[in-house]
Ligand binder design. Structure first.
Ligand code: SAM
Length: 216
């Protein structure tokens, strides 16, 4: 079975199991995940599981990427902030959904991963994604405000800068916790409303509003 066929099968299975919207289904069906993983893991690229991408980090499982896109209720033309670029796969899926009239700003703290993501994204023509090296727990004020924000590493709490950089009516999707983690949806209107989706497993978010980085 070739990669295209495997990807189509995975997308169809996720669509049935998760009742995916057409736009999220189409994005998962289109983005070539095998080109975002290290060569030795390519054969497993369409198994619904996280895979190592180096530097102790992972590419998220396709079902988690799809669920986060649905929870954010992404729309064409939106400006979205991603914290934790990794290899750029999730950013590419988001970029497919927001389209050329939209934009994804993605922050990664490990420069080598940011560079890998930039190469992956530009070789596939994703010119509506900007990858920035930095501490994403601070958000990215330079291009704020954002319609939607999502975090792909688990935080101790919702970083205040992310709430400040979110537009009114916008949403944040973020995992919270260390050993026990829960995925939250946060909605900003006159008040901040948050609700939990369920238990998840992510690598940890480091930085000022993240967990303490033991390397520093
Ligand atoms: N979005 C990725 C994908 O496409 O599958 C998955 C990313 S991985 C699960 C989480 C990423 O968050 C790692 O690359 C890690 O280096 C990054 N990270 C952790 N703390 C961060 C911070 N404070 N700022 C930016 N990136 C951070």
């Amino acid at each position: 079975m070739d990669f295209d066929e495997k990807r189509l099968n995975l997308a169809k299975r996720l669509k049935d199991e998760l009742n995916l919207s057409e736009k999220v289904y189409n994005a998962i069906k289109k983005v070539p995940r095998h080109l975002f993983v290290p060569e030795r893991y390519r054969a497993e690229a369409y198994v619904d599981t996280p895979l190592p991408i180096g530097y102790g980090q992972t590419i998220s499982a396709p079902h988690m990427v799809a669920i986060m896109c649905e929870l954010l209720d992404l729309k064409e033309g939106e400006k979205v902030l991603e914290i934790g670029t990794g290899c750029g796969y999730h950013a590419a899926v988001t970029a497919e959904i927001v389209g050329k009239s939209g934009m994804v700003v993605s922050i990664e703290r490990i420069p080598e991963l940011a560079e890998m993501a930039r190469k992956n994204l530009s070789s596939l023509g994703y010119d509506n994604v900007i990858v920035v090296v930095g501490d994403g727990s601070l958000g990215y004020a330079e291009l704020a405000p954002y319609d939607k924000i999502y975090v792909t590493a688990s935080a101790p709490d919702i970083p205040q800068p992310l709430i400040e950089q979110l537009k009114r009516g916008g949403r944040i999707v973020i995992p919270i916790g260390d050993t026990y983690q829960v995925l939250y949806v946060v909605e900003k209107n006159e008040e901040i409303r948050k609700w939990s989706w369920g238990a998840v497993r992510f690598v940890l978010l480091y930085g000022k509003y993240g967990f303490r980085d033991l390397e520093k």
